[in-house]
Ligand binder design. Structure first.
Ligand code: HEM
Length: 398
């Protein structure tokens, strides 16, 4: 099959990267041309780029390892992170994932619940509970998952802010290459003595796990260890921090739901899954076509970039009734917030644990929690990454 660019429906994505609201555009695309070509690539690739918006097509692309590759992820962010699990395919990916997956199993995470996750959120809440008012994004959600990841990785808590800064600079590498490379080197220099120490003195943290992990006599190379550690902070902290903000906005703007959850904490998993469906923090993942193929009736030529809109799939009315509404009583149906197929989020059990413990502690420690009527209401925004900049609230001091 040969395909010219002229065959593909065109649809321009004109949504601000940081502050935009893409859902109306995605709804229109799902109805009119669910797979379309775009020129808005944010400068990340010179390849022709196709956007996939419907649930069924998103699922198909993410599960198709025969015609679709993840290697495109090495072209932008991989340059700054190093050897990247997100950019691997096939056997290389299976072996690597096998080596790092151990630490992220639900059973392994139990040890972090009481030892790290709850103390971290409680300590942050100690700082605001007496005040009676706070910005939950600045004071809590932007700090909590980073501090948890630092604890799991095994770097000192006092370096969490430095880590956060490096990971933002690494993430921004495609836009600001010099700063991105400098942060990438600085993080490696910082981690090197810790990695060497854990080879000799394992402590049970993630770095110890990574340096000693072995399958069939095979261990991770240094480049793969540093590549994984450079990915973990942005992959683990930036994502969960934003989803937690989205969950708080959902509860604060649906006070009836918040009252039900305060009275009955068994509803918390439904709140978390519905938030992940309704407003996930990572709305898209990248792939490229290794063969000419057709998705949702649209021809995609070999070599093209494929932007897979998981956020749009989660609002597809073919899959979810009244999909734009936040409804914790909807029948359970798998959402796409963590992707699917071989690259499905490795940290999803950790994310769910952090969200459950974090939201539970906030509702317990901040009585009579409500939006601050004297501040602008929080707004979930952004194209590829979505979350609120601020969440101004009032509560009874304690
Ligand atoms: C709510 C929070 C999170 C969301 C929405 C999220 C979303 C995603 C998505 C959509 C993917 C698939 C990427 C692809 O198919 O190309 C992914 C992969 C991944 N995530 Fe998460 N993630 C979250 C939390 C975490 C956490 C807490 C960690 C670890 C600490 C983590 C680590 C990873 C890793 C290592 C991968 C790559 C897996 C692979 O390539 O095999 N994520 N995540």
């Amino acid at each position: 099959m040969t395909t010219s660019e002229a065959d593909a429906p065109q649809f321009d994505v004109d949504v601000d990267f940081l502050t935009g609201q893409p859902y109306p555009l995605w709804a229109q695309a799902r109805g009119e041309c669910p797979v379309f070509q775009t020129h808005s690539t944010m400068g990340f690739t010179d390849r022709p780029t196709f956007v996939v918006t419907r649930f069924a097509d998103v699922e198909r692309v993410l599960r198709d390892t025969e015609h679709i590759s993840s290697s495109i992820n090495a072209e932008h962010i991989g340059q700054y992170m190093g050897e990247l699990i997100l950019a691997m395919d096939g056997q290389e990916h299976r072996s690597y994932r096998g080596l790092v997956a151990h630490a992220f199993r639900a059973s392994q995470l139990e040890k972090w619940d009481d030892a790290l996750v709850r103390p971290t959120i409680e300590r942050l809440l100690d700082g605001i509970a007496p005040l009676g008012k706070a910005d939950l994004a600045q004071a809590i959600t932007s700090k909590y998952p980073v501090q948890v990841i630092c604890g799991i990785v095994g770097v000192p808590l006092e370096d969490a802010a430095q880590f956060h800064q490096w990971s933002e600079l690494i993430n921004g590498g495609p836009m600001h290459p010099e700063e991105g490379m400098a942060a990438s080197r600085a993080m490696r220099d910082y981690l090197a003595p810790i990695v060497e120490d854990r080879r000799v003195n394992p402590t049970g943290d993630l770095i110890s796990d990574l340096v000693h992990a072995e399958i069939d006599g095979q261990k991770l190379t240094d480049e793969k260890i540093y590549g994984f550690l450079r990915l973990l902070l942005p992959a683990g902290a930036e994502t969960t921090f934003r989803v937690m903000g989205n969950a708080l906005v959902a509860l604060l703007t649906h006070p009836d739901v918040m009252q039900r959850v305060i009275a009955d904490r068994s509803l918390m998993p439904a709140v978390i899954e519905e938030t992940l469906r309704w407003e996930t923090s990572v709305t898209q993942v990248s792939r490229c076509a290794t063969e000419d193929l057709e998705v949702g009736g649209c021809p995609i030529p070999k070599g093209a970039a494929v932007s897979v809109i998981t956020g749009s799939a989660n609002r597809d009315t073919e899959r979810f009734d009244h999909a734009d509404e936040f409804d914790i009583d909807r029948p359970t149906a798998n959402h796409m917030a963590f992707g699917t197929g071989q690259h499905q989020c490795l940290g999803m059990h950790l994310a769910r644990l952090e969200l459950r413990v974090g939201l539970d502690s906030i509702l317990s420690r901040l009585p009579n929690l409500r939006l601050d009527p004297d501040q602008p209401p929080p707004e979930i925004m952004g194209l590829a990454f979505r979350g609120p900049e601020s969440i101004p609230v009032l509560f009874d001091p304690s």
